[in-house]
Design a protein around this ligand. Structure first.
Ligand code: CTP
Ligand code: MN
Ligand code: MN
Ligand code: MN
Length: 335
């Protein structure tokens, strides 16, 4: 039979870690609407419904082509009643006046703005700058700055870009770096030294250093941990502009958010995977490991509950293999 809808649907997995999600999104009109909603719900403290919309958007991003007819959603996972309603509204020829009020009417929104403003207030001075996306060119310029500082402190250390830029994104809200130190213990001293160097170079606008609370003897064996215990810092760095684009302001730099993490060498692979994201990809990878494989994955380790052992991994490929998953490249993890 030649009719496309009669053909068995090539199954889309409900787990993001079993889908290849590149930046080539053929369903942007739907995913944008779903993500705006998810964001609003998140700010209102509705984490559950927000996640449901994020999952729906993420699934649509992995599709090889645009949805043409609503019936095509029938065999797709991760779509609840509300997500289908959004897709339906977006499908209509007239401009959808208010997709979000449609949903907001179902879900209460308490005032969360105050908490958000509090979080941002200490960065307020640079808020305008850091709310502007960081380009790949700016990320590369920052890599040189971070690398120079790291190598100056420890010539045997190396710096890799992680986060969205490792997944091939052209823009990010920050730039994430992971530092590899070949000697044990170095991971605990490198970040304070790098911060000190940025200070002396007069390019540090803000720093929040979180010292390592990692303890190899206390690796989790009952549930994975959402936050890792590695030495890390959240920085705001002055980045010189290539050209004076804002001559009126007379400011030849912009403020950029930078995250640095320095795990112990034997934890590097798990940390790299975790910090590469995307957040939703990692969330599903962990969920898949736990529910489908009886294994616990976090930024520190991969633990097999059946054998009560930690599974070693030299590369990210090793971790996917332990989980019985096809390897998904970083640029296919944009779930
Ligand atoms: N991450 C983490 N632990 C932290 C902070 C971040 O494991 N303490 C992970 C996040 O879960 C995410 C990745 O690091 O998977 C990158 O985080 P983030 O910079 O927030 O997102 P990006 O994917 O880089 O997106 P953007 O371009 O907006 O920065
Ligand atoms: Mn394509
Ligand atoms: Mn990032
Ligand atoms: Mn980050």
């Amino acid at each position: 039979c030649a009719h496309p809808s009669a053909k068995p649907e090539s199954a889309v997995s409900p787990y993001a870690c079993q889908r290849r999600t590149t930046l080539d999104n053929h369903n942007k009109i739907f995913t944008d609407a779903l993500e705006v909603l998810a964001e609003n719900l998140e700010l209102c403290g509705n984490q559950g419904p927000s996640l449901a919309f994020r999952r729906a958007a993420s699934m649509l991003k992995s599709l090889p082509a645009a949805l043409r007819r609503l019936e095509e959603t029938q065999h797709l996972p991760c779509l609840g009643e509300h997500s289908r309603a959004i897709i339906e509204v977006q499908h209509e020829p007239r401009p959808s006046l208010s997709v979000s009020t449609h949903i907001s009417s179902h879900l209460s929104c308490s005032a969360p703005a105050e908490a958000l403003i509090n979080t941002l207030s200490h960065r307020f001075l640079f808020y305008e700058d850091i709310s502007k996306p960081v380009s790949r060119t700016e990320a590369s310029a920052l890599k040189i700055i971070v690398e120079e500082a790291v190598i100056c402190v420890n010539p045997s250390a190396t710096v890799s870009i992680t986060g969205g830029f490792r997944r091939g994104k052209e823009f990010g809200h920050d730039v994430d770096f992971i530092i590899k130190t070949p000697e044990a213990g170095q991971e605990d001293v490198i970040l304070p030294a790098v911060i000190k160097r940025f200070k002396s170079q007069n390019i540090l606008l803000y720093s929040d250093l979180q010292e390592s609370t990692f303890d190899l003897r206390k690796l989790p064996t009952h549930c994975f941990e959402a936050m890792d215990h590695f030495s890390k810092c959240f920085l705001i760095i002055k980045l010189k502009r290539e050209q004076e684009t804002d001559a009126r302001a007379g400011k030849d730099w912009r403020a950029v958010r930078v995250d640095l993490v320095a795990p112990p060498l034997e934890r590097f692979t798990y940390a790299l995977l975790g910090w590469t994201g995307s957040t939703l990809f990692l969330r599903d990878l962990r969920r898949f490991a736990r529910l489908e494989r009886g294994k616990l994955l976090d930024n520190h380790a991969l633990y097999d509950k059946a054998t009560n052992t930690f599974l070693p991994a030299k590369t990210e490929e090793d971790i996917f293999a332990h989980l019985g998953l096809e390897y998904i490249e970083p640029w296919q993890r944009n779930a």
